[in-house]
Design a protein around this ligand. Structure first.
Ligand code: NAP
Length: 231
């Protein structure tokens, strides 16, 4: 399969190296701005400011897109949904198998636990990460919200003299060093703590997940897909 990589940063380079080590893929494009690249699919690990021009290119060339970039606004999300009426798009804030399984586990246990446990999400990333909280932490919060019968308020960080409210999800971001990515969901109960944790030890897991997703997406018709669809 011929892949065009959009985004030449850390993840773009790892993806290129991983794809070139496999006989199933040929990298036919590697750029921060696509102009006339040809291939079967685009994989994007770039910057949210680049998404609109990327989608224009993909629509004109009628190419499927794996969108792995995080940090985009509601407005860009609407643009992505519109483009997905014309081309297949797979959107995932975390391409790793483990994080996607974590979402599956949450969707099963949150309905059982949320009434009696306080839920807090803690994510840690390297000091150079731009967006906080991480796209994955936001996705985990969405999964939790979808699986509660009542609305929980999102509390980003804590400061001041207010105690925790019962109906909230705490979301906390730690930044430092070279941490690839850690996500924990804590369920604090009376006299017990239950934690689900995923640690990414290398960014290669995201590249491998993205390549796995290409095999699925090239066979699909126009629409908006997630990693859940491929497992
Ligand atoms: N879905 C997943 O599983 C997953 C996993 C890891 C990372 N990500 C996301 O993928 C994206 C790329 O990650 P990365 O670690 O490769 O980041 P990075 O090293 O900073 O690379 C970002 C790339 O986008 C380009 N870019 C274009 N416009 C930019 C702007 N206005 N500001 C900053 N960069 C701009 C950069 O070009 P220059 O170098 O010329 O600035 C660079 O090539 C991020 O959104 C990250 O959160 C997703």
């Amino acid at each position: 399969m011929e892949i065009i990589i959009h985004g030449t940063g850390t993840m773009g380079k790892i993806l290129k190296e991983t794809a070139e080590q496999s006989k199933n893929f040929t990298v036919t494009g590697f750029a921060d701005e696509l102009t006339n690249e040809k291939g079967d699919i685009i994989i994007d690990f770039s910057h949210f400011s680049r998404i609109s021009s990327l989608l224009e290119f993909a629509e004109v060339k009628n190419l499927p897109v794996i969108l792995a970039t995080t940090g985009y606004s509601e407005e860009i999300f609407e643009r992505i949904k519109k483009a997905s009426q014309k081309i297949p798009i797979l959107l995932s804030s975390n391409m790793s198998l483990g994080i996607n399984l974590m979402q599956e586990i949450l969707s099963r246990i949150v309905p059982v636990l949320y009434e009696n446990y306080d839920i807090e999400i803690v994510e840690t990333h390297h000091s150079k990460k731009i967006d906080s909280p991480s796209g994955t932490a936001k996705t985990l919060a969405e999964v939790i919200e979808r699986n509660c019968r009542e609305i929980l308020k999102r509390q980003y960080g804590r400061e001041g003299n207010n105690p925790r409210e019962k109906k909230e999800i705490g979301i906390h971001s730690l930044r430092g060093g070279t941490v690839v990515g850690e996500h924990s969901v804590f369920f604090y109960g009376n006299d017990e703590i239950f934690e689900i944790k995923h640690t990414a030890l290398s960014k290669k897991i995201f590249a491998e997940g993205a390549l796995k997703a290409t095999e699925f997406l090239v066979k699909q018709k126009a629409g908006l897909y997630s990693m859940k669809d491929i497992f």
